[in-house]
Design a protein around this ligand. Structure first.
Ligand SMILES: NC(=O)c1ccc[n+]([C@@H]2O[C@H](COP(=O)([O-])OP(=O)(O)OC[C@H]3O[C@@H](n4cnc5c(N)ncnc54)[C@H](OP(=O)(O)O)[C@@H]3O)[C@@H](O)[C@H]2O)c1
Length: 220
């Protein structure tokens, strides 16, 4: 993909991994945090990354031609309201979040919404003028950009209602070492988000969290 401007809403491990990764691939990135002037740790981090500026959530959303949602999963609506939904209008929005909440039954994470709704659908409803594509939510942040995995590029499952937006995300994914696999409309976020619970269960069984899903078919 030609160099573009990417706004990243969220300054945690995912926001930083994607911001640094997209910048390393030539894009101009603004990473958003709620109180930039108070976030000394993020300022120190950004000082070590060319082409990454720090802004508010609104500043990052406004700056990006493509905007990434990477706040805490149950805070997506709040983050969008803080950023200003008008700053997303007409844009491709990548939703990398998972609406995780504690599940006492497993002692691990569960989903705050699922089966009949999803974080991806919540984001799309909150941004009716934007084109939301679920992506990156099924892999560890350490593998999101240029993953060191044998036999790649591996599939990155994506979902969304707008084909052109999914094509743009597929191009971005190809640049960072993934092959997009389109599983359907934004409602398929229900499946992609629940896949993360399996990813966590596998991690607990392995005692390591450096795995990712792939797809095997008779012709692969
Ligand atoms: N960690 C992973 O490897 C991984 C992999 C795939 C998907 N995910 C998903 O990606 C998302 C981000 O995960 P993460 O580990 O990077 O960070 P996180 O700790 O889940 O979230 C950190 C970000 O959320 C923002 N935030 C927290 N509470 C908020 C609120 N009430 N309103 C608005 N924003 C709020 C923080 O804002 P400030 O910057 O202002 O503090 C910060 O930018 C999550 O949904 C997670 O499930 C994570």
């Amino acid at each position: 993909m030609d160099p573009t401007r990417v706004g990243v809403i969220g300054s945690g491990a995912v926001g930083r991994a994607l911001a640094a990764g997209f910048a390393a691939h030539g894009h101009e990135v603004t990473i958003g945090t709620r109180a930039p002037e108070e976030n000394d740790d993020l300022q120190a981090w950004a000082a070590q990354h060319d082409r990454v500026a720090i802004g508010t959530f609104a500043g990052a959303a406004e700056a990006g031609e493509i905007v990434v949602l990477a706040p805490r999963g149950t805070a997506v609506e709040a983050a969008i309201q803080t950023a200003g939904p008008q700053h997303f209008a007409g844009k491709v929005v990548i939703d990398a979040t998972n609406p995780l909440a504690p599940d006492p039954a497993t002692g691990g994470p569960g989903l705050a919404v699922g089966h009949t709704d999803s974080g991806g659908e919540i984001a799309q409803r909150a941004l009716p003028d934007a084109r939301v594509v679920k992506a990156f939510n099924t892999v560890n942040n350490a593998l999101m950009v240029d993953p060191s995995l044998p036999g790649g590029p591996h599939p990155m499952f994506i979902a969304g209602d707008d084909d052109a937006a999914k094509q743009a995300v597929a191009e971005l994914l190809a640049d960072v070492g993934w092959k997009a696999f389109d599983v359907g409309g934004i409602e398929q976020s229900r499946q992609l988000e629940s896949l993360v619970l399996l990813w966590v269960a596998i991690g607990r069984a392995r005692g390591a969290y450096d795995h990712a899903f792939t797809l095997v078919t008779p012709s692969s």
